[in-house]
Design a protein around this ligand. Sequence first.
Ligand code: TXA
Ligand code: MG
Length: 337
Amino acid sequence: MPLPPVAATPANIDRAAAFLRAGQLVAFPTETVYGLGADATNSQAVAEIFRSKGRPTFNPLMVTIADPALAADFAELTPLATRLAEAFWPGGLTLVLNKRPDPALGFELSDLVSAGLQSVAVRVPSHSVARALLKATGRPIAAPSANRSGHVSATTAQHVATDFNAANAPALAIILDDGPCLFGLESTIIDARTEAPLLLRPGAVTVEAIEECAGCQIAVPAPAAASEQTTSRTSPGQLESHYAPAKPVRLNVTKPTSTQAFLAFGKTPPSQPEASAATVINLSEKGDLLEAACNLFASLRALDQAAGSSIAVAPIPEVGLGRAINDRLRRAAAPRP
Ligand code: TXA
Ligand code: MG
């Protein structure tokens, strides 16, 4: 039975906080995508996230907090990390930092959260519901995107309800609904453990904006060989197939065929190359990358349900948010495991 989403009223946020403190799972909106939260200090609750998402346990979760100052209690902030946090927190930037050997917390993070790594990914969301929930819970929350592992992320509460039901997520107690997410793309993840930042995942905050703040270029780690993809060193940017709809995906298509569902971008000429496609959804007729990011995952889910045996995607410019959009699309098109 799917769990019906409920409006994110103050009363429902308080109920959700009580569920979290009791070790249950809660789905909630953030400015990027919906998150599936568990008390990060409760190993059983964290294990339940891996189980219900079908997520491999070598893939670590991020720790979500409301107060940026709390990060320094359990993670080592390098000078670079401090600069980035000041510029982008609260907001769509996640920092990978070394864990403090001597955490100054009144609680202990479950080792499962970091999948046994010495590092921890820290996220401080700006969404008012996420922040109210974190404050009411009074604990750090382990919160990956609220989708089944490998599937397209959820940008509405309804997407969460579609992915999770009582059979695969018995501990999911409540889905807080606050409408579609503002960005529709996950946070950018930067490894800020040294003064030489690494891009682990492009996302809601553009690489250009981060480079300007960091005062240096951001390197992209080389993709891991397939044989290394099951080791605990795997970083998120290195899992090849991800964000995948059920149908196969083809990229950089300008002339879709009648058996393809077409994901268009920008104005199409009057000759309308997509007229022959089985279905067409345009990410942004104006060619606006923010609008396109916002529509991306919902459009992939919709094309999966529409006519057409595969999904063909128009070229998207590789600048600003386009880099993050293309990253998700390349993974959606990658050979499936
Ligand atoms: O926008 C977001 O970041 C959303 C919302 C819900 O906050 N969350 C999200 O979480 O996208 P998730 O778990 O779907 O993706 C987080 C990524 C994972 O791919 C994981 O591999 C990586 O962060 N990650 C977590 N801890 C890490 C660590 N210590 N080192 C490297 N990568 C890490
Ligand atoms: Mg995810």
